[in-house]
Design a protein around this ligand. Structure first.
Ligand SMILES: [Zn+2]
Length: 195
């Protein structure tokens, strides 16, 4: 069994929207090119640039609550926030527009994070509005993976990955969780185990 791995870089490389389209840059290429992510000093992982970290925190400070967040999300959701409803299942929150699922989040804090991140990317990334909605979502999640501070309580978060076995094989999964309030900020889908 693999021990927990704290390297987040591998997970951004798994966020590929359309592998058949070679013109689509990978999520990590977009984020490195636009100065959102940089390599860590030891070159083994990525981290948010100081500038990106400050910009996301600034946006987070301005968001009051989930309703306010949805209102602010209007430009990138492309729908009237009054028509969005959300359902909670434990901590998880799923957003619906009419009956269509438009986003599933491990926590309310994850939504707040995405709204803050999307506001920054709209400002920073060339051609942001031309990316497909799904693609924008992947890039936003790519940034959320590198948050160091919880959007709900401002305390430190922990990234951890582990290997799980199922009937059909061995997979790696990863999660980003607040050490203080327990908010789950990121949960990966299972990817094929690296070992
Ligand atoms: Zn927290």
């Amino acid at each position: 069994m693999a021990i927990g791995c704290t390297n987040r870089r591998r997970w951004t490389s798994e966020m590929a929207s359309d592998a058949s389209n070679e013109e689509v840059e990978s999520v990590e290429e977009v984020l490195l090119d636009q100065g959102v992510l940089q390599e860590t000093p030891d070159g083994t992982d990525f981290e948010l640039t100081d500038r990106a970290d400050a910009a996301v925190r600034g946006e987070l400070d301005a968001i009051d609550d989930l309703d306010d967040a949805l209102d602010r999300a209007r430009p990138w959701l492309g729908v009237d926030p009054d028509l969005i409803r959300f359902e909670r299942d434990g901590d998880a929150v799923t957003l619906y527009f009419k009956e269509r699922n438009i986003g599933a989040y491990p926590s309310e804090a994850a939504i707040l994070a995405d709204v803050a991140i999307a506001a920054v990317l709209l400002d920073w990334v060339d051609g942001w509005e031309e990316f497909e909605t799904r693609r924008r979502g992947e890039i936003v999640s790519g940034v959320r993976l590198f948050l160091d501070v919880c959007p709900a309580c401002d305390e430190a978060v922990t990234f951890d990955s582990k290997t799980v076995e199922s009937c059909c094989g061995t997979y790696d999964v990863a999660a980003l969780v607040c050490r203080n309030c327990g908010a789950r900020l990121y949960e990966s889908g299972p990817i094929e185990a690296s070992e």
